[in-house]
Write a protein that binds this ligand. Structure first.
Ligand code: DAH
Length: 337
């Protein structure tokens, strides 16, 4: 009996050690510990022993069974632990998954740059609604009743008295109506025009308006501020010029040109061979505008300016079709990350 116990113990130990899966382990368990297993067979055999032999054999058999069971449990835990490590098969050499990351639209970036320059000059940033009154968009800005800009062909009228603003200048009116001078602000936003769509014009675009009103504001300050801006935005070695122009809400009015940075002023397709690029409109606020909103034009002076953000970005980045800003073609947008 003792001999058999040792034999089974050794056989069991070696088979358990070789088991590599839970299935193989269970096969070993069935072979040795089930009702028909070899350990159970020894218990059966015990019945044939003498009364004197039985207690010792019983003790040894129980020890064998305990040994087998504890070995089984230990091996089972070992296999389970190993399989849980191996289970999620991760191949660390595989290339990672790239999640597409968005970026600021080129118009937003251009506007942010314009904003940060004017903020550094002490300008605040204001806004107004896109649905405007005829009064704010035209009347208060000194547009004559028969001014062509009021024409149905240019303006999206919503009712007789309300329209989609055609420029950001009405925000000047709102600011002046609600604040006392000094006011120094830029006013970015969307504007709408009922024009034929082409590479140069779109029914929707963006402008930034600028306004500084106070006592004794001069044209020299207007020039100084806009020249400083242009040099910071477009490049410090540009040349510039102010050309006389006309806007109903400024007197005198001017347009600012800078030397074409594509050809350096020699003349090319972008500057239409003139060597100059028109970058913004500006002027001294017309006294009639001050009268409309209730300021005293004898006491208050001011300057204003306006520029298109699409046009500004097109000049700076050499973009040739305004419609590309609104197509949201990822190949276009990715160029400006
Ligand atoms: N509102 C003008 C436009 O849409 C731009 C402009 C020109 C604004 C001169 C101004 C200015 O404030 O002084 O074309």
């Amino acid at each position: 009996m003792e001999h058999k116990i040792l034999e089974i113990r050794a056989a069991y130990k070696s088979e358990i050690n070789q088991a590599a899966s839970l299935k193989q382990l269970d096969e070993v368990r069935i072979k040795f510990l089930s009702r028909n297993g070899s350990v159970s067979a020894l218990f059966e055999e015990m019945k044939t022993l003498t009364k004197e032999q039985k207690p010792l054999a019983g003790k040894e058999l129980n020890a064998l069974r305990n040994f087998c069971e504890s070995l089984f449990i230990a091996k089972k835990e070992e296999i389970e632990a190993q399989s849980s490590i191996v289970a999620p098969k991760i191949d660390l050499s595989l290339p990672g998954v790239n999640y597409p990351v968005g970026s600021r639209h080129i118009l937003t970036r251009t506007l942010d740059e314009i904003k940060s320059i004017f903020k550094s000059y002490g300008f605040s940033v204001s806004g107004g609604p896109e649905l405007e009154s005829d009064f704010n968009n035209f009347e208060a800005l000194n547009f004559q009743a028969d001014h062509p800009a009021r024409d149905m062909q240019d303006t999206f009228f919503v009712t007789k008295d309300f329209l989609l603003r055609t420029h950001t200048s009405p925000v000047q009116i709102r600011l002046m109506q609600n604040n006392k001078p000094p006011i120094r602000a830029i006013m970015p936003g969307k504007v709408y025009r009922n024009e034929a769509v082409s590479s140069r014009s779109y029914c929707l675009f963006h402008q930034v308006e600028g306004l500084y009103v106070d006592k004794h504001v001069t044209f020299a300050e207007l020039k100084g501020t806009l020249v400083a801006f242009a040099k910071e935005f477009y490049g410090s070695n540009l040349k510039y010029r102010f050309r006389p122009s006309y806007f109903p809400f400024t007197e005198p009015s001017a347009e600012m040109d800078i030397t074409c940075f594509i050809c350096g002023g020699k003349g090319c397709r972008v500057c239409k061979n003139s060597g100059w690029l028109e970058v913004l409109g500006c002027g001294m606020v017309d006294p009639n505008v001050f009268v409309k909103i209730g300021y005293d034009p004898e006491e208050i002076t001011g300057y204003a300016f306006g520029m298109g953000i699409e046009r500004t970005a097109m000049l700076k980045y050499g973009i040739t079709d305004i419609r590309t800003f609104f197509d949201n073609d990822i190949r276009f947008l990715n160029q400006f990350k």
